[in-house]
Design a protein around this ligand. Structure first.
Ligand code: NDP
Length: 260
């Protein structure tokens, strides 16, 4: 659908050595894009780039460090000569009760998920504004839209990404289009690390579509939003959650009326 429209676009994906980022990198390569994957995990990055093939380059960088991001984008300049699409996807989560979150954990989550998105968007945005424009796609989450227990730092970081999206969409328009994606539960290594099989089953039971998203379903939304078919979608936080948020308690099958 979108491949001919994205052919030749220069795409930068952070956190592209695993999970959603890796599957998204595959999707953009298949659509004919030139892709640079940025990740801190050197070995996983090397494997991903080898699997993705010759139109892809990998740059090892830590998105929680603005200097590392700056250097990474100098590498992007050398590899691609600019950026048409940024997918600021790298992120981490720490499952911990609010009262037990340490200052180190709080700073690490905010530095990765919010500072990382901020500085990558700034580096890419500078290049897009000087050049022909482009598309910024920032990784939010349903956790940035409603409250969830045990993820206060993560939730705050994602709410920040959503507000950042709205602010950038005003400052950088009309040259640069900016949107956030807010997935619900997606089956990736991040999720597998934190949820036991019993927890996964319980969560699936509360999602109207009764399952986690597959990473490729998130990748398809990124493809669409990067394409010109989405040219009037701007400043939005697009939810892709199998209906998780649609009806509040009712989405989870709690109606308060046993006869229904
Ligand atoms: P994964 O852990 O599978 O992949 C994330 C990748 O980002 C990993 O390769 C990771 O490296 C890398 N990364 C982490 N921190 C940094 C850093 N400081 N600098 C560079 N790279 C880094 O996670 P997912 O694919 O599940 O998540 C991707 C994004 O999607 C995240 O922003 C997450 O918050 C968001 N999201 C995920 C959902 C889910 O249910 N899975 C739901 C909603 C949003 P390493 O392995 O070393 O950590």
């Amino acid at each position: 659908m979108t491949s001919e429209q994205l052919q030749g676009r220069r795409v930068v994906i952070t956190g592209g050595a695993s999970g959603i980022g890796m599957v998204t990198a595959e999707a953009f390569v298949q659509a004919g894009c030139r892709v640079v994957v940025i990740d801190r995990d050197k070995r996983a990055l090397q494997q991903a780039v080898e699997a993705l093939g010759p139109t892809t380059a990998g740059i090892t960088a830590d998105v929680s460090d603005p200097a590392s991001i700056h250097d990474a984008f100098l590498g992007v300049d050398r590899a691609l000569g600019g950026v048409d699409v940024l997918i600021a996807n790298a992120g981490i989560s720490v499952r911990r009760r609010f009262l037990e979150i340490s200052s180190e954990e709080w700073r690490r989550v905010i530095a990765t998920n919010l500072d990382g998105v901020f500085f990558c968007a700034q580096e890419a945005g500078l290049r897009m504004m000087k050049g022909e424009g482009g598309v910024l796609l920032l990784m939010g989450s349903t956790n940035g839209l409603v409250g969830y227990p045990y993820y206060a730092s993560y939730n705050a970081s994602k709410a920040g990404v959503i507000e950042l999206t709205r602010s950038l969409s005003i400052e950088l328009a009309p040259k640069v289009r900016v949107n956030a994606i807010c997935p619900g539960y997606v089956m990736t290594p991040m999720q597998e690390r934190e949820y036991t099989p019993a927890m996964l089953e319980k969560v699936n039971g509360t999602i109207p579509l009764r399952r986690h998203a597959r990473p490729e379903e998130i990748a398809h939304l990124f493809l669409f939003l990067a394409s010109d078919r989405a040219r009037y979608i701007h400043g939005q936080a697009l939810v892709i959650d199998g209906g998780e948020l649609a009806g509040g308690l009712a989405s989870a099958g709690v109606t308060g009326d046993e006869s229904t």
